[in-house]
Design a protein around this ligand. Structure first.
Ligand code: CA
Length: 392
Protein backbone atom coordinates (compact mmCIF):
# COMPACT_ATOMS: atom_id res chain seq x y z
CA UNK A 1 0.00 0.00 0.00
CA UNK A 2 1.42 3.36 -0.96
CA UNK A 3 1.53 6.03 1.74
CA UNK A 4 -0.67 9.09 1.37
CA UNK A 5 0.39 12.68 1.76
CA UNK A 6 -1.63 14.81 4.18
CA UNK A 7 -3.97 16.22 1.53
CA UNK A 8 -4.70 12.76 0.08
CA UNK A 9 -5.24 11.35 3.55
CA UNK A 10 -7.76 14.05 4.43
CA UNK A 11 -9.65 13.49 1.21
CA UNK A 12 -9.89 9.72 1.73
CA UNK A 13 -10.68 10.07 5.43
CA UNK A 14 -13.29 12.74 4.67
CA UNK A 15 -14.98 10.53 2.11
CA UNK A 16 -14.98 7.65 4.58
CA UNK A 17 -16.57 9.82 7.25
CA UNK A 18 -19.17 11.06 4.79
CA UNK A 19 -19.95 7.53 3.67
CA UNK A 20 -20.37 6.29 7.23
CA UNK A 21 -22.17 9.21 8.80
CA UNK A 22 -24.16 10.39 5.81
CA UNK A 23 -24.67 7.51 3.37
CA UNK A 24 -27.01 9.68 1.28
CA UNK A 25 -24.30 12.35 0.89
CA UNK A 26 -21.89 9.77 -0.49
CA UNK A 27 -24.62 8.53 -2.80
CA UNK A 28 -25.34 12.07 -4.00
CA UNK A 29 -21.64 12.58 -4.77
CA UNK A 30 -21.54 9.41 -6.85
CA UNK A 31 -24.86 9.70 -8.62
CA UNK A 32 -27.06 12.54 -9.71
CA UNK A 33 -30.27 12.41 -7.69
CA UNK A 34 -33.46 12.55 -9.70
CA UNK A 35 -36.95 13.68 -8.73
CA UNK A 36 -39.33 10.82 -9.48
CA UNK A 37 -42.64 12.17 -8.16
CA UNK A 38 -44.22 15.29 -6.65
CA UNK A 39 -47.34 14.44 -4.66
CA UNK A 40 -49.76 16.89 -3.01
CA UNK A 41 -52.03 15.63 -0.22
CA UNK A 42 -55.05 17.65 0.92
CA UNK A 43 -55.79 16.74 4.53
CA UNK A 44 -58.81 17.12 6.80
CA UNK A 45 -59.16 20.74 7.82
CA UNK A 46 -57.92 21.94 4.42
CA UNK A 47 -54.17 21.61 4.98
CA UNK A 48 -51.95 20.61 2.05
CA UNK A 49 -48.69 18.67 2.40
CA UNK A 50 -46.34 18.03 -0.53
CA UNK A 51 -44.05 15.02 -0.84
CA UNK A 52 -41.17 15.10 -3.34
CA UNK A 53 -39.75 11.63 -4.00
CA UNK A 54 -36.33 10.77 -5.42
CA UNK A 55 -34.71 7.75 -7.03
CA UNK A 56 -32.49 7.38 -3.93
CA UNK A 57 -35.51 6.68 -1.73
CA UNK A 58 -35.22 10.04 0.05
CA UNK A 59 -38.51 11.91 0.31
CA UNK A 60 -38.80 15.60 1.16
CA UNK A 61 -41.87 17.07 2.84
CA UNK A 62 -43.33 20.54 2.35
CA UNK A 63 -46.52 22.45 3.01
CA UNK A 64 -48.73 24.82 1.04
CA UNK A 65 -50.79 27.66 2.50
CA UNK A 66 -54.28 26.34 3.32
CA UNK A 67 -55.87 29.44 1.75
CA UNK A 68 -56.18 27.77 -1.67
CA UNK A 69 -55.18 24.19 -0.82
CA UNK A 70 -57.35 22.17 -3.26
CA UNK A 71 -56.46 24.46 -6.18
CA UNK A 72 -52.77 24.39 -5.23
CA UNK A 73 -52.87 20.59 -5.03
CA UNK A 74 -54.40 20.49 -8.50
CA UNK A 75 -51.64 22.71 -9.91
CA UNK A 76 -48.90 20.65 -8.26
CA UNK A 77 -50.32 17.31 -9.40
CA UNK A 78 -51.11 18.38 -12.95
CA UNK A 79 -48.44 20.90 -13.84
CA UNK A 80 -45.72 21.90 -11.35
CA UNK A 81 -44.64 18.34 -10.52
CA UNK A 82 -44.20 17.42 -14.15
CA UNK A 83 -41.97 20.44 -14.76
CA UNK A 84 -39.29 19.20 -12.34
CA UNK A 85 -39.67 15.43 -12.52
CA UNK A 86 -36.33 14.12 -13.78
CA UNK A 87 -34.40 17.11 -12.44
CA UNK A 88 -31.86 16.97 -9.61
CA UNK A 89 -33.68 17.95 -6.38
CA UNK A 90 -30.45 19.45 -5.01
CA UNK A 91 -30.53 22.05 -7.80
CA UNK A 92 -33.11 23.93 -5.77
CA UNK A 93 -32.79 27.30 -7.50
CA UNK A 94 -33.00 25.69 -10.93
CA UNK A 95 -36.12 23.75 -9.93
CA UNK A 96 -37.62 26.96 -8.50
CA UNK A 97 -36.87 28.89 -11.70
CA UNK A 98 -38.23 26.07 -13.84
CA UNK A 99 -41.60 26.22 -12.13
CA UNK A 100 -41.79 29.95 -11.43
CA UNK A 101 -40.98 31.25 -14.89
CA UNK A 102 -43.06 28.60 -16.64
CA UNK A 103 -46.16 29.48 -14.62
CA UNK A 104 -45.90 33.12 -13.53
CA UNK A 105 -48.77 34.17 -15.76
CA UNK A 106 -51.03 32.33 -13.34
CA UNK A 107 -50.36 35.31 -11.07
CA UNK A 108 -47.38 35.81 -8.78
CA UNK A 109 -49.53 36.99 -5.85
CA UNK A 110 -51.48 34.10 -4.37
CA UNK A 111 -51.94 30.60 -5.68
CA UNK A 112 -48.85 30.21 -7.88
CA UNK A 113 -46.22 31.08 -5.21
CA UNK A 114 -48.25 29.20 -2.58
CA UNK A 115 -48.12 25.99 -4.61
CA UNK A 116 -44.43 26.53 -5.38
CA UNK A 117 -43.74 27.05 -1.65
CA UNK A 118 -44.79 23.48 -0.82
CA UNK A 119 -42.38 22.06 -3.39
CA UNK A 120 -39.49 24.38 -2.48
CA UNK A 121 -39.73 23.49 1.23
CA UNK A 122 -39.66 19.78 0.31
CA UNK A 123 -36.52 20.31 -1.82
CA UNK A 124 -34.72 21.94 1.12
CA UNK A 125 -35.83 19.00 3.28
CA UNK A 126 -34.24 16.64 0.74
CA UNK A 127 -30.98 18.64 0.79
CA UNK A 128 -30.95 18.33 4.58
CA UNK A 129 -31.59 14.59 4.46
CA UNK A 130 -28.86 14.09 1.83
CA UNK A 131 -26.26 16.05 3.79
CA UNK A 132 -27.42 14.93 7.24
CA UNK A 133 -27.76 18.57 8.31
CA UNK A 134 -30.71 20.43 9.80
CA UNK A 135 -32.23 23.15 7.64
CA UNK A 136 -31.02 25.93 9.96
CA UNK A 137 -27.43 24.79 9.36
CA UNK A 138 -27.91 24.87 5.59
CA UNK A 139 -29.29 28.41 5.88
CA UNK A 140 -26.27 29.72 7.78
CA UNK A 141 -26.60 28.41 11.32
CA UNK A 142 -29.09 29.03 14.11
CA UNK A 143 -28.64 31.82 16.65
CA UNK A 144 -30.75 30.10 19.33
CA UNK A 145 -31.97 26.57 20.09
CA UNK A 146 -35.42 27.66 21.29
CA UNK A 147 -37.39 30.35 19.44
CA UNK A 148 -39.75 32.57 21.46
CA UNK A 149 -43.28 32.31 20.06
CA UNK A 150 -46.43 34.33 20.55
CA UNK A 151 -49.99 33.03 20.70
CA UNK A 152 -51.86 34.45 17.71
CA UNK A 153 -55.48 34.90 18.81
CA UNK A 154 -57.97 35.76 16.06
CA UNK A 155 -61.60 36.64 15.42
CA UNK A 156 -61.69 39.84 17.49
CA UNK A 157 -64.20 41.55 15.22
CA UNK A 158 -66.78 38.83 15.84
CA UNK A 159 -66.02 38.32 19.53
CA UNK A 160 -66.26 40.39 22.71
CA UNK A 161 -63.51 42.09 24.71
CA UNK A 162 -64.21 39.69 27.59
CA UNK A 163 -63.84 36.55 25.46
CA UNK A 164 -60.66 37.81 23.79
CA UNK A 165 -59.24 38.66 27.22
CA UNK A 166 -60.08 35.14 28.48
CA UNK A 167 -58.24 33.54 25.58
CA UNK A 168 -55.21 35.79 26.06
CA UNK A 169 -55.11 34.95 29.76
CA UNK A 170 -55.24 31.24 28.92
CA UNK A 171 -52.27 31.64 26.57
CA UNK A 172 -50.31 33.47 29.27
CA UNK A 173 -51.14 30.65 31.71
CA UNK A 174 -49.79 28.14 29.14
CA UNK A 175 -46.44 29.91 29.33
CA UNK A 176 -46.60 32.27 26.36
CA UNK A 177 -44.60 35.46 27.01
CA UNK A 178 -46.30 37.27 24.11
CA UNK A 179 -49.77 37.30 22.52
CA UNK A 180 -51.24 38.89 19.43
CA UNK A 181 -54.86 39.99 19.17
CA UNK A 182 -56.17 39.72 15.61
CA UNK A 183 -59.35 41.53 14.63
CA UNK A 184 -59.70 39.68 11.29
CA UNK A 185 -61.57 42.57 9.68
CA UNK A 186 -60.30 42.37 6.11
CA UNK A 187 -60.11 45.47 3.91
CA UNK A 188 -63.84 45.84 3.22
CA UNK A 189 -65.87 48.49 5.14
CA UNK A 190 -63.09 49.98 7.29
CA UNK A 191 -63.41 51.57 10.74
CA UNK A 192 -66.42 49.48 11.77
CA UNK A 193 -66.08 49.53 15.58
CA UNK A 194 -63.01 51.34 16.86
CA UNK A 195 -64.36 51.79 20.43
CA UNK A 196 -64.75 48.01 20.75
CA UNK A 197 -61.25 47.44 19.37
CA UNK A 198 -59.83 49.73 22.04
CA UNK A 199 -61.96 48.07 24.72
CA UNK A 200 -60.61 44.69 23.56
CA UNK A 201 -57.00 45.80 23.91
CA UNK A 202 -57.71 47.32 27.34
CA UNK A 203 -59.36 44.10 28.53
CA UNK A 204 -56.55 41.94 27.16
CA UNK A 205 -53.83 44.08 28.77
CA UNK A 206 -55.66 43.91 32.08
CA UNK A 207 -56.03 40.11 31.79
CA UNK A 208 -52.41 39.30 30.89
CA UNK A 209 -50.75 41.87 33.17
CA UNK A 210 -47.75 44.00 32.32
CA UNK A 211 -45.31 41.10 31.98
CA UNK A 212 -46.67 39.66 28.73
CA UNK A 213 -45.88 41.31 25.41
CA UNK A 214 -48.94 42.47 23.43
CA UNK A 215 -49.17 42.70 19.63
CA UNK A 216 -52.19 44.03 17.73
CA UNK A 217 -53.32 42.98 14.24
CA UNK A 218 -56.09 44.98 12.57
CA UNK A 219 -56.15 42.73 9.49
CA UNK A 220 -56.45 45.70 7.11
CA UNK A 221 -59.52 47.16 8.81
CA UNK A 222 -58.77 50.90 9.19
CA UNK A 223 -58.59 53.93 6.97
CA UNK A 224 -55.22 55.66 7.23
CA UNK A 225 -56.61 58.47 9.40
CA UNK A 226 -58.16 56.02 11.87
CA UNK A 227 -55.04 53.89 11.86
CA UNK A 228 -52.98 56.90 12.90
CA UNK A 229 -55.41 57.88 15.68
CA UNK A 230 -55.62 54.29 17.02
CA UNK A 231 -51.87 53.80 16.68
CA UNK A 232 -51.28 56.70 19.06
CA UNK A 233 -54.03 55.70 21.47
CA UNK A 234 -52.82 52.11 21.95
CA UNK A 235 -49.40 53.22 23.13
CA UNK A 236 -51.00 53.26 26.61
CA UNK A 237 -51.42 49.45 26.35
CA UNK A 238 -47.73 49.03 25.54
CA UNK A 239 -48.40 47.44 22.15
CA UNK A 240 -45.11 46.43 20.52
CA UNK A 241 -46.26 45.50 17.02
CA UNK A 242 -49.08 47.15 15.01
CA UNK A 243 -49.96 44.84 12.14
CA UNK A 244 -51.71 45.59 8.85
CA UNK A 245 -53.58 48.67 10.13
CA UNK A 246 -54.78 49.60 6.62
CA UNK A 247 -55.76 47.79 3.42
CA UNK A 248 -52.86 45.79 2.02
CA UNK A 249 -53.23 47.67 -1.27
CA UNK A 250 -52.89 51.11 0.38
CA UNK A 251 -49.13 51.62 0.30
CA UNK A 252 -49.49 55.41 0.62
CA UNK A 253 -51.72 54.90 3.68
CA UNK A 254 -49.10 52.60 5.23
CA UNK A 255 -46.38 55.16 4.66
CA UNK A 256 -48.49 57.85 6.38
CA UNK A 257 -49.17 55.57 9.38
CA UNK A 258 -45.50 54.57 9.70
CA UNK A 259 -44.54 58.25 9.63
CA UNK A 260 -47.08 59.27 12.28
CA UNK A 261 -47.08 56.36 14.75
CA UNK A 262 -44.27 55.36 17.14
CA UNK A 263 -45.26 51.68 17.51
CA UNK A 264 -43.50 49.54 14.86
CA UNK A 265 -45.87 48.81 11.95
CA UNK A 266 -45.85 45.28 10.50
CA UNK A 267 -46.91 44.10 7.03
CA UNK A 268 -46.11 41.50 4.41
CA UNK A 269 -48.44 38.52 4.71
CA UNK A 270 -50.16 39.66 1.51
CA UNK A 271 -46.88 39.96 -0.40
CA UNK A 272 -45.27 37.01 -2.11
CA UNK A 273 -41.97 37.41 -3.89
CA UNK A 274 -38.84 39.56 -3.65
CA UNK A 275 -40.37 42.03 -6.12
CA UNK A 276 -43.50 42.66 -4.05
CA UNK A 277 -41.37 43.04 -0.92
CA UNK A 278 -39.13 45.50 -2.75
CA UNK A 279 -42.22 47.59 -3.62
CA UNK A 280 -43.63 47.23 -0.11
CA UNK A 281 -40.39 48.49 1.40
CA UNK A 282 -39.96 51.34 -1.05
CA UNK A 283 -43.57 52.55 -1.03
CA UNK A 284 -45.19 51.46 2.26
CA UNK A 285 -42.02 51.43 4.40
CA UNK A 286 -43.27 49.18 7.26
CA UNK A 287 -40.92 48.64 10.20
CA UNK A 288 -41.47 44.86 10.40
CA UNK A 289 -41.60 42.55 7.35
CA UNK A 290 -43.78 39.43 7.45
CA UNK A 291 -43.14 37.00 4.61
CA UNK A 292 -44.89 33.65 5.08
CA UNK A 293 -42.84 30.60 4.06
CA UNK A 294 -45.85 28.56 2.92
CA UNK A 295 -47.11 31.48 0.80
CA UNK A 296 -44.07 33.38 -0.52
CA UNK A 297 -42.76 30.67 -2.87
CA UNK A 298 -40.89 28.87 -0.09
CA UNK A 299 -37.61 29.02 1.78
CA UNK A 300 -35.60 30.01 -1.30
CA UNK A 301 -37.61 33.20 -1.81
CA UNK A 302 -37.87 33.95 1.92
CA UNK A 303 -34.05 33.96 2.09
CA UNK A 304 -34.00 36.64 -0.61
CA UNK A 305 -36.65 38.63 1.27
CA UNK A 306 -34.56 38.33 4.44
CA UNK A 307 -31.64 39.84 2.53
CA UNK A 308 -33.88 42.73 1.44
CA UNK A 309 -34.97 43.23 5.05
CA UNK A 310 -31.36 43.33 6.18
CA UNK A 311 -30.32 45.74 3.42
CA UNK A 312 -33.15 48.10 4.40
CA UNK A 313 -32.68 47.71 8.17
CA UNK A 314 -36.13 46.24 8.63
CA UNK A 315 -37.12 43.84 11.38
CA UNK A 316 -38.22 40.38 10.26
CA UNK A 317 -41.14 38.58 11.88
CA UNK A 318 -42.65 36.06 9.44
CA UNK A 319 -46.37 35.44 9.23
CA UNK A 320 -47.03 31.80 10.15
CA UNK A 321 -50.27 29.87 10.67
CA UNK A 322 -49.51 26.17 10.25
CA UNK A 323 -48.84 23.89 13.22
CA UNK A 324 -46.44 21.27 11.86
CA UNK A 325 -44.40 21.51 8.64
CA UNK A 326 -44.95 25.26 8.18
CA UNK A 327 -44.01 25.87 11.81
CA UNK A 328 -40.90 23.67 11.61
CA UNK A 329 -39.74 25.55 8.50
CA UNK A 330 -40.35 28.87 10.25
CA UNK A 331 -38.47 27.79 13.36
CA UNK A 332 -35.39 26.97 11.28
CA UNK A 333 -35.74 30.16 9.24
CA UNK A 334 -36.25 32.56 12.16
CA UNK A 335 -33.53 30.91 14.24
CA UNK A 336 -31.11 31.94 11.48
CA UNK A 337 -32.45 35.21 10.05
CA UNK A 338 -33.99 36.91 13.09
CA UNK A 339 -31.02 38.20 15.01
CA UNK A 340 -32.95 39.29 18.12
CA UNK A 341 -35.31 37.36 20.42
CA UNK A 342 -38.50 38.74 18.83
CA UNK A 343 -41.48 36.44 19.47
CA UNK A 344 -42.58 34.59 16.31
CA UNK A 345 -46.11 33.66 15.31
CA UNK A 346 -47.83 30.49 16.49
CA UNK A 347 -51.57 29.99 16.02
CA UNK A 348 -53.37 29.92 19.37
CA UNK A 349 -54.56 26.33 18.83
CA UNK A 350 -51.41 25.04 17.09
CA UNK A 351 -50.17 23.08 20.10
CA UNK A 352 -53.45 21.11 20.22
CA UNK A 353 -53.55 20.31 16.49
CA UNK A 354 -54.45 16.73 15.54
CA UNK A 355 -51.77 16.98 12.83
CA UNK A 356 -48.95 16.43 15.36
CA UNK A 357 -49.98 12.76 15.50
CA UNK A 358 -48.89 12.37 11.86
CA UNK A 359 -45.25 12.80 12.91
CA UNK A 360 -42.99 10.43 14.81
CA UNK A 361 -41.22 13.34 16.54
CA UNK A 362 -43.63 16.25 17.11
CA UNK A 363 -42.41 19.78 17.77
CA UNK A 364 -41.57 20.75 21.37
CA UNK A 365 -42.96 23.74 23.32
CA UNK A 366 -41.71 24.90 26.71
CA UNK A 367 -41.84 28.21 28.60
CA UNK A 368 -43.21 30.16 25.65
CA UNK A 369 -40.60 28.83 23.23
CA UNK A 370 -40.39 26.13 20.56
CA UNK A 371 -37.33 24.04 19.91
CA UNK A 372 -35.64 24.23 16.53
CA UNK A 373 -35.78 20.57 15.37
CA UNK A 374 -32.38 18.89 15.33
CA UNK A 375 -32.79 16.12 12.75
CA UNK A 376 -31.78 16.41 9.08
CA UNK A 377 -33.74 18.85 6.92
CA UNK A 378 -36.89 20.09 8.63
CA UNK A 379 -36.26 17.50 11.35
CA UNK A 380 -39.82 16.16 11.16
CA UNK A 381 -40.46 12.49 10.42
CA UNK A 382 -43.79 12.08 8.65
CA UNK A 383 -45.70 8.81 9.14
CA UNK A 384 -47.14 8.39 5.64
CA UNK A 385 -49.63 5.72 6.71
CA UNK A 386 -51.09 8.01 9.34
CA UNK A 387 -51.16 10.86 6.82
CA UNK A 388 -53.15 8.71 4.38
CA UNK A 389 -55.72 8.02 7.11
CA UNK A 390 -56.08 11.80 7.54
CA UNK A 391 -56.85 12.71 3.91
CA UNK A 392 -59.74 15.06 3.19
CA1 CA B 1 -51.90 39.15 10.22
Amino acid sequence: MTSLNRRQFLRVAGAAVMATAFPHAAYAQEHKLVITAVEPYVLKGGKCFVLVRTDAGITGIGEVSPMNAPAAAHLIANQFGGLITGMNPLDIDRCWDRIFYATYKQGVMGLQPEALAGIDIALWDILGKVTGLPLCQLLGGKRRDWVRVYASIGGGARSTPEKMAERAARAAAQGFTAVKIRMDYGPVAPDTDVPKDLATLAAVREAIGDGVELKFDVNNGYSAQTAIRVGKEIEQFNVTHYEEPVAQTDYAGYAAVVEAVDIPVAAGEHEYTRWQFRDLIEQANPDILQPDLVKCAGISEAVKIAALASAHHKLLCPHQTQPTIGQAANLHFTSVFVANDMAQELAEDALDSALHALFKNPLEFKDGRMKVPEGPGLGLELDEDRMRSFLA
